[in-house]
Write a protein that binds this ligand. Structure first.
Ligand SMILES: C[S@@+](CC[C@H](N)C(=O)[O-])C[C@H]1O[C@@H](n2cnc3c(N)ncnc32)[C@H](O)[C@@H]1O
Length: 248
């Protein structure tokens, strides 16, 4: 049982449970990466084999049907905790676009803009010639009310709906971790130092580290005890470092 959530911290609980402790309109921005609901457990023996070969602990995503009902609750909670004029960035898979959009709009958000993170390489090719190999990921950009992006503080040529960032290929901490540079870019577009950012699916902790390096305050949730311990360790290490990004 948590009394109060403290900033710059991650909690080893289900995000829907954790969000109950957040007050209405208390968060400046959400930048998060929910499970892609690809149903690895049911579908891909190939991926399971690869994980085993790499000796990695992978938290299996629930199947698409399993996570579907939570979209509605999460969408309502995200709308509730966000401040009046604010942003929400959700990474998602192709097949999640319509579910997330429907539930988020129903919760009160505006129609999302689809942002594309264009990678510098294709991910493991599981298309077997039936689909196009993937070299992108989708980020749904939702608005609660109207809030301008801090676009003018950032190099203008990067300020586009297609975001070119190399995948840093670092899966040391999590198989789905997103590159720090991309996360820091989004964070700068949406928030200012001191703002409160929520990441409900913290994984490797990369989002939280990006927020920390930019002097934002944050709250993270992560259900896996293994990833949770990794995040705690990484945040401790971050605290012991003086970063150039934080001075900017
Ligand atoms: C796609 S990964 C996030 C990876 C992250 N973007 C990164 O850069 O490392 C989703 C994470 O959410 C966690 N998760 C799944 N369901 C959750 C829930 N209900 N509450 C909190 N965390 C959850 C999983 O354990 C997984 O680590």
């Amino acid at each position: 049982m948590i009394e109060n959530l403290s900033f710059n911290n991650v909690y080893n609980i289900d995000c829907l449970e954790g969000m109950k402790y957040l007050k209405d309109e208390s968060v400046d921005s959400i930048i998060t990466d929910p499970p892609y609901a690809v149903g690895y457990d049911k579908k891909s023996k190939h991926l399971a084999k690869m994980d085993k070969a790499r000796g990695k602990q992978i938290e299996r995503d629930k199947s698409f049907d399993d996570v579907n009902p939570e979209y509605e609750l999460l969408s309502k909670e995200m709308f509730r905790v966000l401040k009046k004029d604010s942003h929400c960035f959700l990474f998602c898979s192709d097949k999640q676009i319509s579910s997330w959009s429907d539930y988020m709009i129903k919760a009160g958000f505006k129609q999302p803009q689809i942002l594309i993170w264009r990678k510098n390489k294709t991910t493991v090719d599981l298309s077997f010639g039936y689909r196009f190999p993937e070299n992108k990921e989708i980020i749904l950009f939702f608005q609660k009310g109207w809030k301008k992006l801090n676009g003018y503080n950032i190099e203008r040529h990067l300020f586009r709906s297609v975001l070119d960032f190399p995948s840093d290929g670092n899966t040391e901490f999590h198989s789905c971790s997103k590159p720090l540079q991309l996360l820091m870019f989004i964070c700068k577009l949406s928030t200012k130092p001191g703002d409160i950012i929520l990441d409900m699916f913290s994984g490797s902790g990369n989002h939280l580290i990006a927020f920390k390096r930019l002097n934002r305050r944050f709250i993270g949730f992560e259900t896996s005890p293994v990833y949770y311990k990794t995040i705690i360790k990484r945040l401790k290490f971050e605290n012991s470092q003086t970063r150039l990004e934080a001075i900017k």
